[in-house]
Design a protein around this ligand. Structure first.
Ligand code: FNR
Length: 381
């Protein structure tokens, strides 16, 4: 019922805001420093012009395509997000189930709050990828790799844009800790969001996919655990060790895309981490055509940050990406209504994508090409 009025991702965001404590909503919704990078990434999608062709038979359309060598129902991947059980007590399991039902891949984060074996077990035939942050403690990272391989994660996604945490000003101002602390302010907020608090207080305490326990701010956690000395040597090491598909997420230049492709990775995610790391980093969509040119067929390119509509998926395909990832959109769904909310978020992308394909005169995802969309002048490389 709550979802009856959710027709767009923006609608889900509005419901999410009403259902979750402000500091939790802000953790999802916010970005780093002045949040310029996040807005620019979104603006780039909004400024794209679509070029329809008419008099084409679009009575049947096929939205499916190959991503990382296997079929997916839509060119959409659910991005890794940390602490997902903080957004809603069903957390990663709800997201994994909704993705599995929709036939699209889900990436579990190293900072997930459900252990990686349980996430795998809840949808054993689904496409699941595991996102890796390299720890200062390399033995712990190796153990994690072994667990991910044993649990049969299809791909490993190494995130490389987080040597330290970006400064998320909303979190700093809200005094957000993981798990959220009981302070006079949060206690006062309980009356406003009783369902969220009931669920969080009566279900298992937040556990981490990989860490035993933690209590502090996100920046403290990253500073303590993440290894800022990671280089291409580590990527070579990973390539030798991990026999499945290997993806590098957080590439933000043509030169780095070329360098990473030369190391034999299967895919690159052009991403500025939702604008949550370096503010004013390049806008992924503006880099996309040039990176695709530079890398050619050596590896697949995915893109994220600012994807909010089905038409955006089409734009990503037209400019050369094999798929787009989304983070906040499915988290808004999760905060709004748990698993059903995630399902609705995916449904919205699907409906909008198929409608846009028809209006553009394309009958299958594989037909979408550079003729169908262009960046307008300010965003042209
Ligand atoms: C993230 N992101 C992220 N990325 C990653 O590699 N590991 C992680 O643990 C997280 N955690 C995380 C938490 C939250 C709350 C958000 C919103 C994002 C980044 C994520 O994978 C993706 O790059 C962005 O979310 C994409 O931008 P949009 O779709 O949110 O605009």
């Amino acid at each position: 019922r709550r979802l009856a009025r959710a027709h767009t991702i923006a609608d889900l965001r509005t419901i999410a805001r009403r259902r979750t404590p402000g500091s939790v909503f802000d953790y999802v919704d916010g970005a780093a420093e002045q949040e310029i990078g996040m807005h620019r990434a979104r603006n780039a999608f909004e400024s794209v012009e679509l070029h329809p062709r008419v008099l084409r038979d679009v009575s049947r359309v096929d939205a499916s395509t190959d991503v990382l060598g296997a079929r997916t129902a839509l060119p959409l991947v659910l991005a890794p997000t940390g602490f997902t059980r903080m957004m809603h007590h069903e957390g990663e399991i709800a997201v994994a189930r909704a993705a599995a039902r929709a036939g699209i891949p889900y990436v579990l984060s190293t900072m997930g709050t459900t252990d990686l074996e349980s996430v795998r077990a809840c949808a054993p035939t689904a496409r699941q990828w595991f996102q890796l942050y390299l720890w200062k403690n390399r033995e712990a990272s190796e153990a994690l790799l072994e667990r991910a391989a044993k649990a049969r994660y299809e791909a490993l996604v190494l995130t490389v844009d987080t040597p330290v945490s970006g400064a998320r000003m909303r979190d700093i101002r809200n005094g957000l800790t993981i798990p959220p602390a009981l302070t006079p302010r949060t206690l006062a907020g309980m009356a406003m969001r009783p369902a969220w608090w009931m669920n969080i207080l009566t279900t298992e305490p937040l556990r981490f996919a990989t860490l035993s326990s933690f209590d502090g701010t996100v920046a403290e956690l990253v500073g303590e655990m993440f290894d800022p000395s990671v280089t291409t040597e580590d990527l070579r090491w990973l390539r030798e060790r991990w026999t499945g598909k290997l993806v590098v997420k957080g590439v933000q230049s043509i030169e780095d895309a070329r360098m990473v492709a030369d190391l034999g990775v299967d895919a690159i995610v052009l991403s500025n981490h939702g604008g949550r790391q370096l503010d004013r980093a390049p806008t992924p969509l503006e880099l996309l055509p040039r990176v695709v040119d530079a890398v050619g067929h050596d590896c697949e390119i995915l893109i994220d940050t600012g994807v909010r509509t089905g038409a955006d998926l089409l734009v990503a395909r037209a400019l050369g990406a094999s798929a787009a990832m989304v983070g906040r959109p499915y988290l808004y769904g999760l905060m709004a209504a748990g698993e059903q909310g995630v399902e609705r978020a995916i449904e919205i992308f699907d409906t909008e994508y198929v409608r846009t394909m028809r209006l553009l005169g394309v009958a299958s995802t594989d037909e979408i090409c550079a003729q169908h969309a262009s960046l307008r002048s300010a965003h042209r490389p």
